[in-house]
Design a binder for this molecule. Sequence first.
Ligand code: ZN
Length: 78
Amino acid sequence: MKTDNVKCPECGAESRYRTTTNSGSGHGPMLLPELGRSFWKPIAKFQVVVCAECGLTRFYAEPDARLKLPTADGWLPI
Ligand SMILES: [Zn+2]
């Protein structure tokens, strides 16, 4: 994850913010299926980075979710 970069890759502004949010719910698509932490916590999380100047928004799967990619059902290497 390159959120440590100070400048926005789109406009070069230095005012970016980040938060953590769920990658889905029971009312919409699961964007990171099979990558949740456990049976009881099946929804993986995103770290979201937004540029306050131009609005460029990027989503990054959290490290726990990325570690599951090689063995999770439905995820194929490209
Ligand atoms: Zn920007």
